[in-house]
Design a protein around this ligand. Structure first.
Ligand SMILES: Nc1ncnc2c1ncn2[C@@H]1O[C@H](COP(=O)(O)OP(=O)(O)OP(=O)(O)O)[C@@H](O)[C@H]1O
Ligand SMILES: [Mg+2]
Length: 324
């Protein structure tokens, strides 16, 4: 493994026990994340796509040490952060920041936006005094395209796009090295989405931050990512550089997903593959390949044998399927 990998995730698992009865006996497990491995290089964007409930946000919480792992390892610049103490996690939080989907609920409605952007500086003891902090906040507001005059305004006085700019400013003010964005533009209009994505791209160029970018929207992920991973029922089923994945998806699930994305499909003029059936429950996922219940190429092996591993089919192109 190369030492300049910013984040290395090894076989990460998260199971939530299901308890029932008077004695809270464990009767099963939700397999929210079921053996996920990948790595991200510094200054690059790793995009994660997948249907609702496939485990994207759970994986995000694990990467940010907001929940303990059930198994596996997360190495941040070579250090195993999954075994970090609370004190260490607090320290690393300055370098690893989060941006959520709903900018309204992630801002305190009783705090002016200036104070919200300033708060992390206070928490982490950055800047000597209030005057210095205010200077940093106004610089940051300017950088994300907010009017400095709006310092004292409250979140409800802003549009969704502006509120997301506030959240981006609040994350970036700590000069993080790694920013995890969980569906950051999904609640915004398409035109505003493009502005926010461009802002994120510009900030990345200037500051060399690494992004982990989650979205269910293939077009958004295509725009921003260097590498894209497709997740299905707790597992990454395909992982490749963006252009390779969108041009030549190999996993039957990625093929169906990409062929049904309106804009991506428009350019390629390919026939659409419609997925039939529902996503199986993560409480009791299929024994073999997780996609076997909906796959049009399904064979006996797919249901009977233990799950296939993620293998490198061509340079940097990984697939988890018996077809390859
Ligand atoms: N704390 C929890 N306890 C039990 N099950 C959970 C918990 N958190 C998540 N899950 C389950 O784990 C699975 C993955 O959820 P997750 O929120 O990670 O999906 P997601 O891919 O982010 O979906 P969406 O696109 O809708 O945001 C779901 O089946 C969910 O019900
Ligand atoms: Mg989610």
């Amino acid at each position: 493994m190369e030492p300049d990998n910013h984040l290395v995730v090894k076989n990460v698992v998260k199971h939530y026990p299901i308890r029932k009865g008077l004695f809270s006996k464990i009767v099963g497990n939700v397999h929210a994340v079921d053996g996920v491995s990948f790595q991200i290089d510094r200054g690059k964007t790793f995009g994660l796509v997948g249907e609702s409930g496939c485990g994207k946000s759970t994986l995000a919480r694990l990467l940010m040490s907001l929940e303990p792992l059930s198994g596996g390892q997360i190495l941040y610049k070579g250090q195993d952060i999954s075994r970090f103490s609370k004190k260490h996690i607090f320290e690393i939080r300055r370098k690893m920041q989060l941006i959520f989907q709903d900018p309204y609920s992630s801002l305190n409605p009783r705090k002016s936006i200036g104070h919200s952007i300033e708060a992390p500086l206070v928490t982490h003891g950055i800047a000597a005094n209030r005057k210095e902090r205010r200077e940093l906040v106004t610089q940051m507001m300017d950088e994300v395209g907010l009017d400095v005059e709006q310092f004292k305004r409250y979140p409800h006085e802003f549009s969704g796009g502006q509120r997301q700019r506030v959240c981006i400013a609040r994350a970036m003010i700590l000069e993080p090295e790694f920013v995890l964005c969980d569906e950051p533009v999904s609640a915004l209009d398409v035109s505003i989405q493009a502005q926010v994505i461009n802002l994120l791209c510009n900030l990345q160029k200037k500051r060399n931050v690494t992004y982990f970018f989650i979205s269910h929207d293939l077009n958004v992920v295509k725009h921003i990512s260097d590498v894209v991973a497709v997740m299905y029922l707790g597992r990454i089923v395909e992982l490749a550089p963006k252009n390779v994945l969108y041009k030549r998806p190999l996993h039957p699930y990625s093929q169906a997903l990409i062929s049904s994305a309106p804009e991506v499909n428009l350019k390629q003029k390919k026939k659409r593959t419609v997925l039939t059936g529902d996503v199986p429950s993560p409480i009791d996922p299929p024994k073999g390949c997780h996609f076997c219940t909906r796959c049009r190429y399904v064979e006996k092996k797919c249901t009977n044998e233990p799950s296939p591993e993620l293998i490198e089919v061509e340079h940097n192109h990984f697939v988890r399927c018996w077809l390859y």
